[in-house]
Design a protein around this ligand. Sequence first.
Ligand code: HEC
Length: 141
Amino acid sequence: MIVLYFIIYKEKTNQMKQTDDMQLLENNSFYSNHVEPIFIKNCIACHHDKKKLGGLNMLSPSKIHLGGKNGSVITIGNAYKSEIYKRLILPISNEKHMPKGKDSLTKNEIKLIEWWINSGASFTKKPDDFIFPDEIKSILN
Ligand code: HEC
């Protein structure tokens, strides 16, 4: 089961690398509308091409897929096993808290990222492809 999951994940990662990131981001995905802006505002400053702190570049889906120096940062379907989420909910006093040395994201931003990862961490699905629970609907409206 775990092996199968790994193969599917690898396959997805390979497809992602072969796809043009710009094309992904121009397609009005849920990610580009609601998740990427949070990353741009709070994370990119330290996680881009020239400044990959912790080995992590968050500039594009394929770069996020590459993970950081400790490996993958997203476990599809499980926010609590995803480094990119786990660090958001740590207290600011914890040295692993992200964004490093800055205030935590808002509750709604954290909830959106949690929901995005738990619902498959897709970079391409459009908002219409999802059925949003009320909790998420109220954040998006
Ligand atoms: C002010 C700079 C700064 C900002 C802003 C920042 N980070 Fe980081 N990040 C770091 C540093 C430094 C490290 C390496 C040290 C560590 O692991 O804590 C790191 C490491 C990480 C790692 C671990 C990578 C690995 O494989 O070890 C993750 C995941 C991460 N950051 C996510 C985020 C997210 C998500 C945001 C935005 C919400 C963010 N960071 C914003 C500085 C920053």
